[in-house]
Ligand binder design. Structure first.
Ligand SMILES: [Zn+2]
Length: 127
């Protein structure tokens, strides 16, 4: 049982992307600024003209937490959650698989875990 992320009008493009193996970043069509998390208006120029680009899917660990306790239903511990600085310049949060610890500055690459027909989650692995 996975924790289902909230899908709304602002983040639909992101989840449409993970379904097809793309890590999408919202881009302002007016000024080209990228932003994450997605929102209705550009924080740089306040335009509502939204587009997206596909990230290369690599980044660097900015910070992280290792969840060792208490138990989480349906999950094996530890769970490693990182704040990842994508090479495109946005920061996102994600689960890192295949490790039980991390280091600041470590390189990560995105992968996709299909949960069911409607949901594919981005997960991260060390490079
Ligand atoms: Zn803008």
């Amino acid at each position: 049982m996975a924790v289902r992320p909230m899908v709304n009008r602002d983040s639909q493009f992101f989840w449409d992307g993970t379904q097809v193996g793309e890590l999408r970043i919202q881009v302002c069509n007016a000024c080209g600024a990228t932003r994450f998390p997605p929102g209705p208006a550009c924080q740089q120029c306040e335009a509502y003209d939204r587009g997206h680009e596909v990230a290369a899917g690599e980044g660097t660990v900015y910070s992280y937490v290792v969840h060792r306790h208490p138990p989480v239903p349906g999950k094996e511990l530890p769970i490693v959650i990182a704040l990842i600085d994508l090479d495109e310049g946005v920061r996102m949060v994600g689960e890192v698989e295949g490790v039980d610890d991390l280091e600041i500055g470590q390189r990560l690459r995105v992968d996709f875990r299909r949960v069911d027909d409607d949901l594919t989650l981005p997960v991260w692995r060390t490079v």
